[in-house]
Design a protein around this ligand. Structure first.
Ligand code: FES
Length: 175
């Protein structure tokens, strides 16, 4: 009788240990994954193309200012950035899209579109660009900066990029 009880007690202890080990694993695996995940995601890993939505939702022939939000991750550090982009779908074709940075290449003011003049104007010092973003007048040292984009499955994807201001050459800077 005592031997049977002893056997049962050992069996229950064994089952309890297995159950506890299983529960520990269930808790530990996601926690370890959470802790190690940033090490595999180095800075810039999320700085790829960002989905801006369906191309068909953009009216043809009109400039639209679209907002985008980016998440930069460096190890465990995460930071959100908001930017905007001038986007125009010139025709129904996926290829006839223009995406421009709204940052003035003179000193970085946000450039506005003036449909009444068919021109982009930088309000700070009167920089003027044509409807394609080409330099016309004022202090900006170059035309508006184009932003890289792709159209995949009817969706517009952009890769945000900033450029050095105040210089004639288009020099990318890390964001
Ligand atoms: S910042 Fe645009 S003209 Fe000076």
């Amino acid at each position: 009788m005592s031997e049977a009880n002893d056997h049962r007690r050992r069996f229950m202890t064994y089952c309890t240990e297995i159950l506890l080990a299983g529960l520990s694993l269930l808790v530990a695996i996601p926690a370890i994954g959470y802790l190690l995940a940033p090490l595999w995601k180095r800075e810039g890993a999320e700085a790829g193309f960002i989905d801006m939505g369906r191309l068909a939702d953009l009216p043809i022939g009109e400039w639209r200012l679209l907002a985008l939000e980016m998440v930069h991750q460096d190890g465990w550090k995460k930071a959100k950035f908001r930017h905007s982009l001038w986007v125009r779908r010139k025709a129904a074709s996926d290829q006839e899209v223009t995406v421009l940075s709204p940052i003035c290449p003179h000193l970085g003011c946000p450039i506005n579109w003036h449909p009444d003049r068919s021109q982009f104007v930088s309000p700070c010092h009167g920089g003027v660009f044509d409807a394609e973003g080409r330099y016309i007048a004022g202090p900006p040292p170059r035309s508006m900066d184009p932003i890289e984009f792709q159209v995949r499955a009817g969706r517009l994807l952009v890769r945000w990029q900033e450029f050095k201001i105040g210089v004639a050459q288009r020099v990318p800077v890390s964001t």
